[in-house]
Structures are given as structure tokens and as C-alpha cells.
Design a protein around this ligand. Structure first.
Ligand SMILES: Cc1ncc(C[n+]2csc(CCOP(=O)(O)OP(=O)(O)O)c2C)c(N)n1
Length: 686
């Protein structure tokens, strides 16, 4: 290593160490060991513009080992992003731009929130998928407006996590040649050496996934790292993993190569010892040699020039292909084209009914006919979730393909296809969807059975935290799934999804509410939306007789009311239970009991309404309320109050035909009627 490289690398190391010491909290080991690879990548390869972190054709960089955030903040400061030394000094403090783990939207230049290991790995794969899709869609000979790499630094912990294995397998299959991951192979995790837990041959594993794998034995070898990244770039077909042997806590006399270096500040004595050991001046803290800073800051003029060149390219592209340019602007600014929803069908009343998953399939195809940036698919469940976008091709690597995937998609075969086959990899599906949304230019969706949302939950939570525009479609939404039995029958999933802050959960009652749900999901740019759909047919509600489905936009609305005056009892139902509420309403009405039916497809949307509206729908003085939902009762007291009745299911389902299960578990109009009557009697008896 040249002395000058060493100086720059030690600047990264010591800035990170000082940040962590000042905060008295953080993870110094990883930044100290991985600083050389970060230095090489950021000063020799990464095409970015610190003055304009959102430039669309920048390379993406993901620090998947998010606990090493101090390294990323040091890089951002040194290369000239809007992140001052004062910000570094406030690492992990209230209101600072340098939170404990990198957080998207909080710090300029942070491409995604990381920390839960493995997620960044999956996000990066999604970014690389987006790059391929957009490149094929927009690039024309001589006019390459999409051409960038996705880089990540990944750690032992990342590669141990299942989501990374899923995503790696998918990336290998998809031949994402512009994905380049640097593996900080330091043989140490939080609690000990990897020989306790992680003894497989990682490189062979990645080779088997179809990755291009290189090994570097000494993580301080700047030239070797540089050569390996160049070789990775030249490999245009396979994604690349460069396994780089590093030393956690490099330079610390007492803590290097120990797990103590992983997650605790070195301590003042050890900081001093480390600085002396590396030939660094002990004082002042946060010392940045001028020549090192000047070197890192070359990113500013270089980045500006790269972006200028790209803009000029985009200009000439626009002249040659004005229509495409218009589309590019629309996609990258997430602008919905005029009339995007005009072909969404209005479903006529139908007592026999239609499964909302079937309605959903029709609706999303109508949306997709105008919204070409809607991309996605399912975790091997397209024939069941009805989420094929017909005739819009399969997102597959170019090459031999018969043009059809059995039972699901037909059409072209290449990166231009919008139908993404995620395979049986729910977790990677969710994580890559987030990566696509983070990349920009696409509106991604993914689907599976509601029960398997549990397999996606960590990634859904992060999508909500990052406020990403992603659509999840979860079908087979209750015990009515039937014969497959309790393993496949969601009971607690609806509620557990509602518990995620920022996730809008919508469980439409019928086909027309499903259409409204899709409109909301497409328009809701403030965070992810989950649309929950039935397997079984549910009646299409007669909107001439009952209120229009547009009421869904408010989360809950009065579907039917015994007028005039206030109701005696309010039935609140969601999804497939709404038609039951209507049946019960009819019977109560005939008995002269004033009843209101409220369809409540979305708690989150309802909570966003003004109090006045909420009180109109659920007047505080009408305390006799009954909720009906084929899921756990947890939480429903919020709407039925202390005196209300909750009809739900607080145990697992069973294997039997769906209609039998609904009957056995009390989802019949008779049982509901019985419960309502006893509620009314109880009240009178008081
Ligand atoms: C999903 C998940 N599980 C557990 C943790 C807690 N954790 C943070 S870092 C870490 C060990 C990581 O080891 P490695 O990835 O090798 O990082 P290094 O020790 O090299 O810094 C663990 C278990 C986490 N952040 N995410």
C-alpha cells in the first residue's frame, strides 16, 4: 500500500473510531477492517455526485452491514456530501443526521436503511433488477441513459441470513452482471468467531448460485481490491462477489481480531493505543489530514462532470427519442399518466359473487395497461394470486426461453418483461421490491398468500420505515381458505400487519372495493400498501342499493343504515364478512331494530379522517357495536368500545371445506344475529 493510500484509509478508520468514542456507542470493528475496500470503491470506482445525491444514473452503494454506519458517514463527509464534522460529532444523538444505523431520507447519500442483516443485500439485488429493466426499456444504440452499477459491502452476518441466500440465488438466476458485492470476510461476528457458526465455503456457495467470485487474502491490498473490482465490472453476465479477508478492529493492539471490537467503543485508552499503532496523531479527535480530504473531495468536480455528461446525453436522447424522453421523465418522477385508471372495471351487482383476488387480477391488468412502470409478480403463486400482467412479458435474462412459464405468464422473455417470477422466495421478494422502489422509476408489487406475509415481515417493516411506494397483494385471507388447513389459514396476520406503523392495510369487501383499493395503492406515495384479498367468491354488493365503494377511500364508511335517526347497533365488518353484516342488518331491520353497517376496509385510512367524519360513522353515543372479521379479536375494542362484541377467531383454523369452517367457527348470519341479540338484551338488562 502506498503511504498516501494508507493515510486516506486511516482517516476513514480514525474518523469512525472517534465518532463511536464520542457517542460512547457504535461498532468500530467493521469500519476499521473494511476501510481499505471502501476507500478503493469510493475513490476509484463509484460514480456519484455528492452535490446531487439523487442523480438518476449514479452508481448505487449499499452498506448492508449497517452497523458499520460510521464508515459510511465518514465516506459521505470526506467526499463532500452535506454532512459536516459537526454532524459526525453528533453520531447517534437525538435529531442528528447520523443515526445509529444508516437511515434512508435522514442523511444525504444514504441509499437505503440497513442494520437488520441481510436486508441491504436483498435491496441491492432489487436495485440491480430495476437498473436492468430500465436500461432495456430506455437505452437505444448510442444513447445509454441507464448504465450504472450496484455495489454493496456485505458482512458475515449478511451472508448468514436467509434473505441473502434467497436474493443471491435470484440474482444469479437473473444474471445481474452489474451487481458487485464486496464481502468483508473477517471471520468474526458479534458473539464470537465464525468457526463457531459459519464454516461452509461461502465462495463455492456463491459460485453455485451462478456468481462470479474472487478472493483477496489481504484486505489491506489496495491494488488487489482495485483489480478485482475492475474484473467484476468486466464480468457482464454474472453478479460478482469479492471475498476480502479483513481483520475486525484492524490496528487496535488489544482488540483487533476479537469480537470485543465488533460492537463497543474501543475505550479512550485503546483509541490512543490504536492511533499510536497506526502512526496517527492522538490529538485532536476528528483529525482530517488536508491532503487526504483533498483527495476524497475530488469526488465533487468528478461527480459534477459525470452528471453533466449524463445530462448532455439525456438531452440528445430527448431530441432523438422525444416520446421515450417524456416517458422517462414521467417514470423517474413517479407521475401517473392522465387517465391511468380509466379502464378499471365497475363490477355489476352479483349475488353469486366474485373472489376479490379475481377482481384484483382484472383491476391490476386494467391499471397496467396505462401504467407501464408497474412491475412485479409473486412468490410462485401467480395462478392463485391472479397477479399476472397479461401479455407484458417475463422479466428474465436474455437467452434461451420458450416464451412461456407454465400456468402463469406468456409473452416475451427478457429484461423488458414486467412479470417478475420471484420463485418460492417471499423474503427476497419483499426485500428486492424495496430495492426497486429505492432505485426509482418503477412501481413494484409482489404477492403471495396472506399467511406467508410472515416470511416477508422484516422487509415490509423496513419498507414502511423507509416510506417506500410498494404494493403487496395478499390473497387467501382467512380460514375460508379451507382444505389446506390451519397451516395456510391466516388468523393473526391481518392484525400483525396493521401493527406496522406506516403500512396501509386494505381488506376490500367486494370487487368494487378492490378497484378502489388499487387506486389508493397506486396513489399512496407515502408508504407501502397491502391489499388483502379472498380466495372464495364474495357477493358483489349492489351499489345502487348501498353506498358507493368510493367510501373505501375514507377507510370506513356507512354502507347501509336504518333511517331515520341514530342506529341502536352498529355492525362493523371488513372484507368477506361485510356481506354477512348486510344479511344480519336485513333481518334486524325487519324486526324493527335500527342497525347500521359500516364497511371498514382500512383502519389506517379511517384514522387519517377528521374526527368529525369518524364520529359520523361511529357516533360516540352509540355504544352497542359489533365487529366481524375472520381474524384475531385483538385490537377491535378500539372500535367497538368496552361494551361491544367482537366476532373473530382467536385460535387456529382446521382442515375442512371453507364454508364448513366458517359455519363451525361462527361466521354465519345466525350466529352473528344471536350475538347481536344477546348484546341488546344485556344492555336492556342493565
Ligand atoms: C437480522 C439481524 N440479526 C441480528 C442483528 C444483531 N447484530 C448486529 S451485527 C451482528 C453480527 C454481525 O457480524 P458481522 O456481520 O460479521 O459483522 P462484523 O462483526 O464483521 O462487524 C449481529 C448479530 C442484526 N443487526 N440483524
Amino acid at each position: 500500500m502506498k503511504d498516501f493510500d494508507g493515510l486516506c484509509i486511516n482517516t476513514l478508520r480514525m474518523l469512525s473510531v472517534d465518532m463511536i468514542q464520542q457517542a460512547n456507542s457504535g461498532h468500530p470493528g467493521m469500519p476499521m477492517g473494511a476501510a481499505p475496500m471502501a476507500y478503493v470503491l469510493w475513490t476509484q470506482f463509484l460514480r456519484h455526485n455528492p452535490n446531487h445525491p439523487k442523480w438518476p444514473d449514479r452508481d448505487r452503494f449499499v452498506l448492508s452491514a449497517g452497523h458499520g454506519s460510521a464508515l459510511l458517514y465518514s465516506l459521505l463527509h470526506l467526499t463532500g456530501y452535506d454532512l459536516s464534522v459537526e454532524d459526525l460529532k453528533r453520531f447517534r444523538q437525538w435529531g442528528s443526521k447520523t443515526p445509529g444505523h444508516p437511515e434512508y431520507r435522514e442523511t444525504p447519500g444514504v441509499e437505503c436503511t440497513t442494520g437488520p442483516l441481510g436486508q441491504g443485500f436483498g435491496n441491492g439485488v432489487g436495485m440491480a433488477m430495476a437498473e436492468r429493466f430500465l436500461a432495456v426499456r430506455f437505452n437505444r444504440p448510442g444513447h445509454e441513459i441507464v448504465h450504472h452499477y450496484t455495489y454493496a459491502i456485505v458482512s458475515d452476518g449478511d451472508l448468514m441470513e436467509g434473505v441473502a441466500s434467497e436474493a443471491a440465488s435470484l440474482a444469479g438466476h437473473l444474471r445481474l452482471g452489474k451487481l458487485i458485492y464486496l464481502y468483508d470476510n473477517n471471520s468474526m461476528t458479534l458473539a464470537g468467531e465464525t468457526r463457531l457458526t459459519f464454516t461452509e465455503d461461502v465462495c463455492k456457495r456463491f459460485e453455485a448460485y451462478g456468481w462470479h467470485v474472487q478472493r483477496i487474502d489481504d484486505g489491506n491490498q489496495v491494488e488487489a481490491i482495485s483489480k478485482a473490482i475492475t474484473a467484476a465490472q468486466k464480468e457482464t453476465v454474472r453478479p460478482s462477489l469479492i471475498s476480502i479477508r479483513t481483520h475486525i478492529g484492524y490496528g487496535s493492539p488489544r482488540k483487533q481480531d476479537t469480537f470485543e471490537a465488533h460492537g463497543s467503543p474501543l475505550g479512550t485508552e485503546e483509541v490512543t493505543a490504536t492511533k499510536k499503532n497506526l502512526g496517527w496523531s492522538v490529538e485532536p479527535a476528528f483529525y482530517i489530514p488536508e491532503e487526504a480530504l483533498a483527495h476524497f473531495r475530488k469526488a465533487l468536480p468528478q461527480g459534477a462532470q459525470l452528471e453533466e455528461e449524463w445530462k448532455a446525453n439525456l438531452e440528445s436522447y430527448g431530441k432523438a427519442f422525444p416520446e421515450l424522453r417524456k416517458e422517462w421523465d414521467q417514470w423517474t418522477n413517479s407521475i401517473l399518466p392522465e387517465g391511468w385508471d380509466k379502464d378499471i372495471p365497475a363490477f355489476p351487482p352479483d349475488l353469486k359473487g366474485l373472489a376479490t383476488r379475481a377482481a384484483g387480477g382484472q383491476v391490476m391488468n386494467a391499471v397496467a395497461s396505462h401504467l407501464n412502470f408497474l412491475v412485479g409478480g409473486s412468490a410462485d403463486l401467480n395462478p392463485s394470486t391472479n397477479t399476472v400482467l397479461k401479455g407484458k412479458g417475463n422479466f428474465q435474462p436474455p437467452g434461451p426461453g420458450d416464451g412461456a412459464i407454465q400456468g402463469s405468464v406468456s409473452g416475451s422473455w427478457g429484461y423488458e418483461g414486467v412479470n417478475m417470477a420471484f420463485g418460492v422466495r417471499e423474503h427476497a421478494m419483499a426485500s428486492t421490491l424495496s430495492g426497486m422502489a429505492l432505485h426509482g422509476g418503477l412501481l413494484p408489487f409482489g404477492s403471495t398468500f396472506l399467511i406467508f406475509s410472515d416470511y416477508m415481515r422484516p422487509a415490509i417493516r423496513l419498507a414502511a420505515l423507509m416510506k417506500l411506494h410498494v404494493i403487496y397483494i395478499f390473497t387467501h385471507d382467512s380460514i375460508a381458505v379451507g382444505e389446506d388447513g390451519p397451516t395456510h389459514q391466516p388468523v393473526e396476520q391481518l392484525f400483525s400487519l396493521r401493527a406496522i406503523p406506516g403500512l396501509t392495510v386494505i381488506r376490500p369487501a367486494d370487487a368494487n372495493e378492490t378497484a378502489e383499493a388499487w387506486k389508493i395503492a397506486v396513489e399512496n406515495k407515502k408508504g407501502p400498501t397491502a391489499i388483502i384479498l379472498t380466495r372464495q367468491n364474495v357477493p358483489v354488493i349492489d351499489r345502487g342499493r348501498f353506498s358507493p365503494a368510493m367510501g373505501l377511500r375514507k377507510g370506513a364508511y356507512i354502507l347501509s343504515d336504518s333511517s331515520p335517526g341514530k342506529p341502536e347497533v352498529i355492525l362493523i365488518a371488513t372484507g368477506s364478512e361485510v356481506h354477512l353484516a348486510l344479511e344480519v342488518h336485513e333481518k334486524l331491520h325487519a324486526e324493527g331494530i335500527k342497525t347500521r353497517v359500516v364497511s371498514m376496509p382500512s383502519w389506517e385510512l379511517f384514522e387519517q379522517q377528521p374526527e368529525k367524519y369518524r364520529q359520523e360513522v361511529l357516533p360516540p353515543d352509540v355504544t352497542q357495536r359489533v365487529s366481524i372479521e375472520a381474524g384475531v379479536t385483538l385490537g377491535w375494542h378500539r372500535y367497538v368500545g368496552r361494551e361491544g362484541e367482537i366476532i373473530g377467531i382467536d385460535h387456529f383454523g382446521a382442515s375442512a371445506p371453507g364454508n364448513i369452517l366458517l359455519k363451525e367457527f361462527g361466521f354465519t348470519s345466525e350466529n352473528i344475529l344471536h350475538r347481536v341479540r344477546s348484546l341488546l338484551t344485556k344492555k336492556k338488562g342493565k
